[in-house]
Design a protein around this ligand. Sequence first.
Ligand code: ZN
Length: 433
Amino acid sequence: MQIWEPEYECMPREEIEQLQLERLQATLNRVYKNVTCYRTRFKEMGIVPEDVRSLADLAKLPFTTKEDLRLNYPYGMFAVPLREVVRIHSSSGTTGKPTVVGYTKHDLKVWSSLVARFMTAAGVNSDDVVQIAFGYGLFTGAFGLHYGSEMIGASVIPMGAGNTEKQIMIMQDYRTTALVSTPSYAVTIAERMEKMGIDPKGLTLKVGLFGGEPWSEAMRREIEERLGITATDNYGLSEVIGPGVAGECQCKRGMHISEDHFIAEIIDPDTGAVLPPGSVGELVLTSLTKEAFPMVRYRTRDITSLDYEKCDCGRTMVRMKKTMGRSDDMLIIKGVNVYPSQIEDVLFAIEGCQPHYQLVVDRKGALDTLEIRIEVTENIFFDEMKKQKAFLDKVEKKIDSVLGVGAVVKLVEPNSIPRAEGKACRVIDNRKI
Ligand SMILES: [Zn+2]
């Protein structure tokens, strides 16, 4: 098994921790000096960077949340002047505004090497042909995997998302060996191949690098059987760097976190207290080497646990389990983060009504579907078909433009949506993941 940067990935734990402490102190000095939000917060708590003398002292520092990024939109959390930023990405926001992240030249190099680490761990090397079926654009997924593959020296096919039959044709003709996509899209590809009468096992495909949405071991088995490949998981979020925070080795027993670049903590999402090793809780990440967009104790909202036991691959970096869900109510639909509150905002903005509504998320075949059920009220022209149709079209268009996810909007009978303690039950997630 190959290791991309064994001098770091196999570092003894004491050395990792020493390196983390040095890099943490440098990061804290940088944010204190350059980012008003951090300086103000630290001052309020009477903390200066010099107070952090051990890794345990990290727990004294305040958390950073998505809300902080939103309040400092767009560039308020940047630690370097814009002229040093060479790339900008963003992710969907909770209330319309996205969050914006930036990278210096050095950040991009680090990001690529972190992706190269987990791709190497999954078995990708310079002989591979990597087909990237993530959407290129503001999201970090496609570009992260793209530059990581190039750093390894693999041949990259920047396909982008969708167009399944063309994906399959290219996969056959260009002899793709590694597929990068969401796990659900991998199932879509498998289904389409079966319909087209193509035996995936007759192709050159050998490994899948899947991310962008939570998925289960059952889904892994399904993908591996149907496509005849090794399916691996990787983890990252744009606020922290994008893909490359962690990834699985071929032992497939958790994703190794690149601890020389990030400190991972597990906290109780309700109290914020740091939990002992092995506990299940919310993952909190601190970046250690980022120049443009450092993050101190970022609350990812992802629920997982950390495993410090030695891995058979030889890497010493801690492993995080597959994420089990979110500590808040966020839904991931077709790989896009969707908050019920965003949908509520759209509904409430239209015609100024406050309808009873319900979101039904399902998975048809391998694709996520979103249905929005709205109870008919007097405000919602229940007696005029034409007006009804116009209303539904308007909501669907607005939802699509705000969320980037298509939804089917349906009107339902008054009082047909169950109220739990006076409040409507907002989300039904029928997906089995
Ligand atoms: Zn391993």
